[in-house]
Design a protein around this ligand. Structure first.
Ligand SMILES: Cc1cc2nc3c(=O)[nH]c(=O)nc-3n(C[C@H](O)[C@H](O)[C@H](O)COP(=O)(O)O)c2cc1C
Length: 187
């Protein structure tokens, strides 16, 4: 595969188009590589650097991996995302299974980070965490607290639950789309 570089504007356009359908955040630590679906994300500039901010609830396995290894990749599809990938990576925890193997997702080594990109979700942002901050839901308007932090749903619930989000501000250190090499034998 080759990495065709993307500008920040191209990344922002792709993120705006795909986030509402679910994109992937991949993290790794030790011998675990794991992808989760995210529907929230902010792409912009912080501390004069290009940043992707991801919002990961405290109880997610992804949060554990990110705290062990503060690097991640954002993986976006070229067209509609595979519904099975969204169901598995957005509804099961990497604590219990190897989601990449279950979904037939193939890793490609990162260019500048220890976390891989994904061949099937080829639009890639490589990010290094500059700052992390746990949110305080009590500071939100009450309607949002009730809607997004239901007290009767514990951490194990893969949808909205009582856990706060941790914001991970990742500096975008490389952005590209994975493409098959010309003359290569990739299908
Ligand atoms: C469309 C969609 C968007 C989601 N967005 C987020 C999100 O932005 N933050 C979050 O913490 N969980 C989000 N989730 C839930 C996680 O993807 C889900 O809980 C996943 O199982 C966590 O995996 P992990 O335990 O392997 O980290 C979303 C799920 C779906 C289906």
């Amino acid at each position: 595969m080759i990495r065709r570089k993307l500008s920040l504007a191209e990344c922002a356009a792709r993120a705006a188009e795909t986030l509402s359908k679910g994109i992937l955040l991949t993290s790794c630590a030790g011998d675990k590589v794991n992808s989760m679906v995210i529907g929230w994300g902010t792409l912009g500039v912080n501390w004069n650097r290009p940043v992707f901010a991801a919002y990961v609830r405290v109880g997610r396995f992804t949060r554990e991996l990110l705290d062990q290894n503060p690097e991640f990749t954002i993986n976006m599809p070229l067209s509609e995302p595979d519904r099975n990938v969204i169901a598995v990576c957005g509804g099961k925890s990497g604590r219990d299974m190897d989601k990449l193997a279950a979904c037939g997702l193939h890793t490609v080594p990162g260019e500048t980070v220890s976390v891989p990109a994904l061949r099937e979700f080829p639009v890639t942002l490589e990010c290094k965490v500059l700052y992390r901050q746990e949110q305080d839901p009590a500071l939100l308007p009450e309607a949002l607290q009730t809607r997004f932090y239901p007290a009767d749903k514990d951490s194990s619930f893969t949808g909205s639950n009582r856990d706060a989000h941790v914001t991970y501000f990742g500096e975008i250190v490389s952005a590209y789309v994975l493409e098959p090499e010309e003359g290569g034998d990739e299908a």
